[in-house]
Each structure stands twice: as structure tokens, then as C-alpha cells.
Design a protein. Structure first.
Length: 133
């Protein structure tokens, strides 16, 4: 394994995954404050909800792509990250996630909080961009 791959494997990908965990720690609390039955945000943007677990290999593999999409779509879509193994994540997940079968699990809500669509499984950066269009 060359040095670049080692660097990506042991530093960049875990760092991005940790950033994913800590970026939106208040996602469950913020959506519980809304009276809407769907998921909304203070910015009035559509919402992308990403359900993940720390132990999930596919979630870790998707992390760089989802972080890249979050940066590219910062003014168009609000990203929520929900750890399904945390207490808050389990409460949030049981309220908004009908299909508890698998992760990674992505959902899209419009700006009014109405559910639009969902996708279970690994998505590339391009698939994430197409998903939110």
C-alpha cells in the first residue's frame, strides 16, 4: 500500500467521519422543537437527513462524499447527521424513519418539512447530488 493510500486510510477518512459525528450534534433537539411533523430547519432550506452508525463500513466509505456534497450544497440544502446508536439518534430515527432495516440511510424533505424520498445504501458524490435535485 503506498503512502498516499495509508494517509487516506488512517488520517483523512477517520477525520472526516469524526467531523460528521460532531457537526450536527443538535439535529434531534432542533427538529423536536419544530411543531411540524416533518423535518425543517431555521434556514428554510430543504433537509437531507443521513442516518449512520460509527461501526458501519459503508457509512465510513460514504463520509467523504457526503461531506463534499454538504460543502457544495451549503446554500441549497441543510444536512442533518443522525447516529442511530445514540439515544437522541434512536428517538429521532424511530420518529422519522419508517424503514429501520439498513444504513447508510438518506432522506430528503422539502423546505416545509414534507417527506420527498429516501435511499438506503451507499451513494457516491454524484448520486447524492442527483438525489437532492
Amino acid at each position: 500500500m503506498n503512502k498516499k493510500k495509508l494517509f487516506l486510510s488512517f488520517f483523512i477518512i477517520p477525520s472526516l467521519f469524526l467531523a460528521l459525528i460532531f457537526l450536527n450534534i443538535s439535529c434531534a433537539r432542533q427538529s423536536q422543537k419544530t411543531k411540524n411533523t416533518g423535518i425543517t430547519n431555521a434556514k428554510g432550506l430543504p433537509s437531507y437527513v443521513f442516518y449512520y452508525a460509527k461501526w458501519c463500513g459503508y457509512c465510513k466509505k460514504m463520509t467523504p462524499d457526503i461531506m463534499q456534497a454538504k460543502i457544495a450544497l451549503a446554500d441549497k440544502v441543510y444536512f442533518y447527521f443522525v447516529n442511530v446508536d445514540s439515544v437522541a439518534g434512536q428517538e429521532f430515527s424511530s420518529k422519522y424513519r419508517k424503514n429501520q432495516a439498513g444504513i447508510p440511510h438518506s432522506q430528503l424533505y422539502d423546505a416545509q418539512g414534507n417527506f420527498l424520498k429516501e435511499q438506503i445504501g451507499l451513494m457516491s458524490y454524484k448520486k447524492i447530488l442527483n438525489f437532492v435535485q
